[in-house]
Design a protein around this ligand. Structure first.
Ligand code: KG4
Ligand code: ZN
Length: 335
């Protein structure tokens, strides 16, 4: 039985309304309507506003993804949707929309874990399990052993803030605007990464957990101290030092996990994996350690429905369908 499989996927877990169509593991469209401009006014994502905008946009985004792919509803084998983790109101828009469409059209439904989606962006980039994957996003920072296409074991996670949260907070305090990660990354290009050696918390410890809240506080304390002394803040140097610290910690730990597990491929995913230093440092260190590295292109690293369609494709092959009782689970875990 080698029939081709076409899946429509919907993603509304945070501030991107996205829909994608995938056939047999190949993306045919991936439409992303970002709400960044709307939330910029408030300096961060406002959950209620995110939900309203998903509601206003989802239908159009789904239509466009089908049109761009040249696929009709009748040709779909499944409709997939992110059901957690994420903002509950935002998730509910996608889940309700997908359930209604599945019910009305009689097409099977697949519920996808957003984090499994991020990991599955790597399948689109050619990764084949087993591999060790760093998920590094605005809400999560974890190292995962990907044993098979749908089998994941979390080896370690952040005990406090996610790396993206730290990037956004530090950027906000420096007045760089929202979303802070990309802006801080750009400014860091012009700075000295050794201007301040921030503590590499837990980097040498013999586990795969992270902690970024101490680093965040160290940067904030530095800024307060210097401001009180009337000194000018060397923003580019500060950004470069902060970015170097996070990059050192996440590259070191991920590579150590691969070596300890004797796994020869490393993958990265999540919005913070767009960071230019993290990408170049992974390239350099993986080459140095004889490891294969797969990095999805940036558009597949931050939130998008293409990665959700990719995860759903492998769930489809395992007959892992949802029923119409599927609900949004804001704190859904990976394993
Ligand atoms: O994966 P994602 O789009 O959404 C979540 O699931 O959280 O990640 C968003 C996060 C934000 O914190 C954003 O500032 C960060 O990814 N980000 C970056 C960069 N691009 C996006 N952080 C550092 N450097 C970047 N270039
Ligand atoms: Zn995400």
């Amino acid at each position: 039985m080698n029939e081709s499989v076409t899946i429509l996927a919907i993603e509304t877990s945070c501030d991107e309304t996205s829909a994608a169509v995938l056939t047999d593991g190949q993306l045919r469209s991936n439409i992303i309507a970002s709400q960044i401009e709307i939330h910029t006014l408030y300096g961060g994502v406002v959950p209620e506003i995110a939900s309203r905008n998903h509601l206003m946009t989802v239908s159009e985004v789904v239509d466009e993804s089908l049109n761009r792919a040249g696929v009709s509803l009748a040709e779909l084998n499944a409709i997939a949707v992110t059901y957690g983790p994420g903002l509950v109101g935002a998730l509910l828009i996608g889940v309700s929309y997908a359930k209604a469409l599945a019910f009305a059209s009689g097409i099977p439904l697949i519920g996808v874990n957003h984090l499994a989606g991020h990991i599955s962006a790597n399948f689109l980039a050619g990764a084949k399990p087993p591999f060790v994957c760093l998920i590094i996003s605005g809400g999560h920072t974890s190292i995962v052993q990907v044993k098979d296409y749908t089998e994941f074991e979390v080896l370690g996670s952040t005990r406090d803030d996610a790396a993206g949260e730290a990037f956004d907070k530090v950027a906000r305090v420096m007045g760089l605007g929202y979303p802070g990660g990309p802006k801080l990354d750009a400014l860091a290009q012009q700075g000295n990464p050794h201007f301040i050696e921030f503590p590499r918390v837990m980097m040498e410890e013999n586990h795969f957990d992270f902690s970024f809240s101490g680093l965040k506080s160290a940067v904030l304390n530095y800024i307060n101290r210097e401001t009180m002394k009337g000194n000018e803040i060397r923003k580019a140097d500060l950004c470069a030092s902060f970015r170097q610290c996070i990059s050192d910690i996440v590259t070191e730990k991920t590579i150590r996990a691969a070596k300890e597990l004797h796994i020869d491929t490393v993958c990265i995913c999540g919005g913070v994996s767009c960071n230019s230093l993290i990408r170049s440092e992974f390239s350099r260190k993986c080459a140095q350690n004889g490891l294969n590295l797969i990095m999805p292109e940036p558009v597949l690293c931050s939130d998008n429905a293409g990665m959700i369609a990719s995860a759903a494709y492998y769930q489809y092959k395992k007959d892992d369908f949802a029923d119409l009782y599927l609900n949004a689970i804001p704190s859904l875990k990976l394993s």
